[in-house]
Design a protein around this ligand. Sequence first.
Ligand code: F6R
Length: 643
Amino acid sequence: MKTIVKPNKIDIGHTPAGQFEETRYEKIHNVIFDDSKEASIQVAAEMAALIRKKQDQGKKCVLGLATGSSPIRVYEELVRMHKEEGLSFKNVVTFNLDEYLPMERSNIQSYYYFMHEHLFDHVDIPAAQVHIPDGTVSQEETVDYCLSYEKKIKEHGGLDFQLLGIGRTGHIGFNEPGSHINSGTRVITLDHITRVDAAPAFLGIDNVPRKAITMGIATVSKAKRIVLLGWGQNKAEIIKKTIEGEISPQVPATYLQEHKNCTFVLDTAAGSELTRNKTPWLVESCEWTEELTAKAIVWLCSITGKTILSLTDKDYNDNGMADLLVLEDSYDLNIKMFNRLQHTITGWPGGKPNADDTHRPERAQPKKKRVIIFSPHPDDDVISMGGTFDRLVEQGHEVHVAYQTSGNIAVSDMDARKHAEIAMELQPSETAQKIINDLSSKQESHVDSPRVRKLKGSIRRSESYAATRYMGLNDSNVHFLDLPFYETGTIKKKNLSEDDIMIMMDIILQIKPHQIYAAGDLADPHGTHKVCLDAVLEALERLGKEDFMKECWLWLYRGAWHEWEINEIEMAVPMSPSQVLKKRHAIFCHQSQKDGVMFQGDDAREFWMRAEERNRDTANKYKALGMASYSAMEAFVRHKFDH
Ligand code: F6R
């Protein structure tokens, strides 16, 4: 039997080159880091070591580079090393994987622009050593152009190192499904999913080019070393297919299974679907913590189609979980799991006054809690926890909602103009007229003027008030933080700054909450939820020594795209059919986000539909495990602090 390779968690550089032993499931060497930042630093370190080694040998270092969200932090770290550690790029020659077609260099969505913004403008690489496919070549020129690109790589002795990201279609570069193993640099038609994923950056799918120039599979595969980066839950499915599936043109990244020196560098979420993480008991003998046991039992129920209390010794034995039975029999295991799950269910998210709370998710005391619901955008509160929000208000807690960002870029020009025109009708004003002029001369994909942005932010504010009033909240309990990191007017946001953290600390200090709810959604396509969570965690960390923090619990909801796994849930709040309706109406208040919103991702359903289906699905999952049958449930995980 083949042994399982446990990749070294820290050092990614020295493992492969033929030393990787294929396992029963995994065919590509991979390393999983707790977070993508640390992983990116390691990848940058490997690249820097290669650049320096080549320098010492008096040679050029030929790098194949990628664009997209995945490599951004790697470039950030390379720039830092250049500025602070004297890493020189004078001997570096680069070839970028791809460019949209047609695409002007000056366009902010071009890969040319991206590479200069993130790397080339900040290091000492000679311009003549930078190669990026040209998005302006005419149709007649493309064949010759692509051949010459390929030739240039060869003339430089081939790629020493290729950095890759992966698309959800399994593309590397823009080698979409159907790409041949022998393909070279060429023009390709982009897959629909790829265009959907690119839509936010282009402010709508209609603006995304249909074609691109891309290096081929053969071009990439000839690189002496390949590192592919994969971050976040959205990549988990394709990463599993690529690492564990059969080689197939339908998932072009699977061709990398044949490469002798290729490493996938992943974060925990991107690696979460790999068999060794998802169902480790099928791979090796496990240390059965309570969490792992819960995960395994939920899985066992799903594959046997049984409730928890109907699982038998045989079910455990037949499915790789025999060693769980060494200490306890299935009867005890089942009861324990049943109780664990049962205890997560509560109609009292703020705690049930005067009740024994030993097995309840929340404390009974104090009876009336101060609560902050942090909502990354002005609607996540009702989308993700509208039912719980309603209960907290009804049960007499002091509930505050704090909208972290203005959400202004998600309002369409059409909507904004409509509001400006109403303002003009009520009272003609110079500002309203200027806004109308700005909007009538602007294309949807261009950046808004500050006054248009302000109007768009105001639209979202008034929609939020409509929703919070509907939920029974006073306006004085509604806070708009307008965190500065978000205010760029484009999809690309700034890094969190001291200003952001100060604003977060202020509001928390002002309210001194017993409970905080925040979005733990790491799969948000454009990352705002993740940044907003980082802001919450950083603010709480800094406030750690404050007295009120001893009593402050943080509950995470999961955002609009995913739900927590059943075994992870620590509080499940059931909703009655009328609460489901109330939640729907609260979501309706956010009218600018209805009917084909801009940042929908690949899911065409409107937010209220997603929310309802998700909440129904959670209730159904509880029911399938043998719990009571509710029509809908919202789910939370408690974040534990170190202090
Ligand atoms: C970029 C490229 C693409 C991306 C992939 C992932 O040059 O060729 O293959 O690497 O689409 O994109 P992100 O990193 O944005 O998820």
